[in-house]
Each structure stands twice: as C-alpha cells, then as structure tokens.
Design a protein around this ligand. Structure first.
Ligand SMILES: [Zn+2]
Length: 161
C-alpha cells in the first residue's frame, strides 16, 4: 500500500512538473500583451479612438486620415504602437477605408468571427492590446486575395527612415 502511495505521489509530482515546463515553453511564443482597464484606456485615448478601438466602432467612409495616404512606412496600432501593416501592401480598394492586402506579420493581427449588424464578418484586432482595427474580407487583390479594411483612427503612421 505504501509503495502504491509513493508511486502516486511521484506521478503527481511528475505531472505538476511537466505542466509547469509546458506553461513556460508556451510563454516564449506569446507576445508581451498590453492590458489596460477601460478607465485606463479612456485616459490614454481620444474619445474617437476609444469608440473605435475599444468599442468596435467604425469611422465614416472616406473621412479617415490614412485613406488616401501614400507615404512609405509602417502603420502601427494607435492603442499600443504594435507594427501592423506596411505601406507596401496598401492599396486603394475604393471602399473608403485604408486597405491592405496583407498584415506585416500574421502574429501581429488576430482575427475572430463577428456576427454583429446581421452580417458575418471577420473582425481584426491588434494581437498585442486586443484593440479593434477593422475587418478582413476575401475580395482583395493577389497574391493573398485578402482585404484588411482598417479604420484610420486605429492606426498611427511611422514614416520610413
Ligand atoms: Zn495594439
């Protein structure tokens, strides 16, 4: 009986240890998240940014600062500065919002299903701070066939040096 008890203790210990190392190795792949309370977001964003980034808002078409913007550089998250899109993938989709046919890196932009307003769409969020950016559609140009439709308000621009 005692032998059995010792054996089960060993098993428990090994399981716990294995669990721990697994968690640690997973951590390496997770980006440093930016986590803020709604109140903190309210103080560091403008009311317009807050409405779009944190409440899944959408700016009016054809009004955004970056819709017709053509400079070379990187578009970063207005919430946390995470690099999101390159000017090399920006194109004029005619939709009224800045459009990109690819993200700078798939790990920087998360996607999730959005069924609000009676539509089935794929929402895109910043992988670092979970801010709402816009939506991604499958009617983009080659080579990806994707159209990342992003609110200008959700972006800041860092010109190429
Ligand atoms: Zn962000």
């Amino acid at each position: 009986m005692r032998k059995l008890l010792t054996l089960s203790l060993v098993i428990v210990a090994v399981t716990l240890f294995a669990g721990q190392t697994k968690q640690e190795s997973q951590k390496e792949f997770v980006m440093d998240k930016v986590e803020k309370s709604d109140q903190e977001w309210e103080t560091c964003l403008t009311p317009e940014e807050y409405q779009i980034l944190r409440e899944n808002g959408t700016e009016l078409a054809f009004t955004g600062e970056y819709y017709k913007h053509k400079e070379k550089g990187t578009y970063v998250c207005a919430g946390c500065g995470n690099d999101l899109f390159s000017s090399d993938t920006k194109y004029d989709s005619g939709s009224g919002w800045p459009a990109f046919f690819d993200a700078l890196d798939k790990t920087k932009v998360n996607t999730k299903s959005d069924i609000s307003y009676g539509m089935v769409r794929t929402e895109i969020t910043c992988a670092k701070c979970d801010s709402h950016l816009g939506h991604v559609f499958k009617d983009g140009p080659k080579p990806t066939g994707l159209r990342y439709c992003v609110n200008s308000v959700a972006l800041d621009f860092s010109p190429k040096k």
